[in-house]
Design a protein around this ligand. Sequence first.
Ligand code: NAP
Ligand code: 8YV
Length: 316
Amino acid sequence: MSRPRVLQAGPAMRALEAALAAQFDCHSLAKQSDPKRFLAEQGSTFEALVTSGKSGADGALMDALPALKAITHFGVGYDTVDVTAAAQRGIPVSNTPDVLNDCVADVAMGLLIDAARGLSASDRFVRRGNWLKGPFPLATRVSGKKLGIAGLGRIGQAIAKRAQGFDMAIRYHSRRPVAGISFQHEPSLAALADWCDFLVVIVSGGAATKHLVSADVIRALGPKGYLINVSRGSVVDEAALVDALVNKRIAGAGLDVFEDEPNVPQALMGLDNVVLLPHLASGTHETRQAMADLVMANLHSIFDTGKLLTPVPAPA
Ligand code: NAP
Ligand code: 8YV
């Protein structure tokens, strides 16, 4: 029996590419010398598309793949997949939820502690030989402080669990209160920013959350507040954040994501009040392998049962 034909939209981790090649008749669109011509000649033969945050999938690509039974997305945040276009064409979409909660929450706490205690900045201080000239300046305490979480979903709850170990008081913002959660729900993100010492952002990306962390929210955080963003760069008004960091109108920030990755605003490069990470929160061998396994499991499920294992919700 011939193996189902699967199209890979862009590059993927080596282990996923190997599994795709071994288990399906898989072809990479990015590796074609003329992707448009390739789609015109062979697009109708593909039954599944594998994509990622970087490659995404728009309606035009879906139109070029008329036999598509599913889109499987490597990553939980699927904001670069046009889910409305997929729903209109009856194509289900899967993502990779839950398997990355722990690693992303670990990095959120790591960024928070680094931003407050200046770990990265003090490492630079030692390497520059500055310790020989005097002590590193005092920093900000983390334990027992007030934590605001924007987005108390799967990862937000894993962050809250860790923060409880640091005796932090926790409140959260989302559109709806989460059932069965005792932390106080705050309907206004600006009010949450005003209350907390640390605001961790872990909402979903996309049009609905674009610049949710606005200049007003950053203002409400104030000169003693820290912003930690592990969700998507689009969620924060980056120009307003850069302005606040440069002019010390917030105490600091820890950022894993940016509006125009991998481009990071030049104005942040020389600042010690911001920790800059290259979108690595899920980037451990164990978690990325679990994400790849879930992509493969979704593909087998759609071909064996006609259903995805971890479908994303239908667009509103
Ligand atoms: P999730 O379980 O779906 O949680 C998303 C949360 O965002 C929910 O609490 C949701 O609550 C809230 N939310 C959504 N739209 C909102 C809006 N307009 N205003 C306020 N709150 C809103 O998702 P998850 O698995 O925790 O993942 C969250 C996001 O983290 C992903 O979508 C992805 O973008 C990002 N992420 C980043 C990395 C990284 O490497 N840095 C890794 C993994 C995930 P309501 O629906 O009630 O509003
Ligand atoms: C990955 C992510 O870095 O899952 C997500 O939403 O942002 C990260 O886990 C990304 O998906 C890899 O393409």
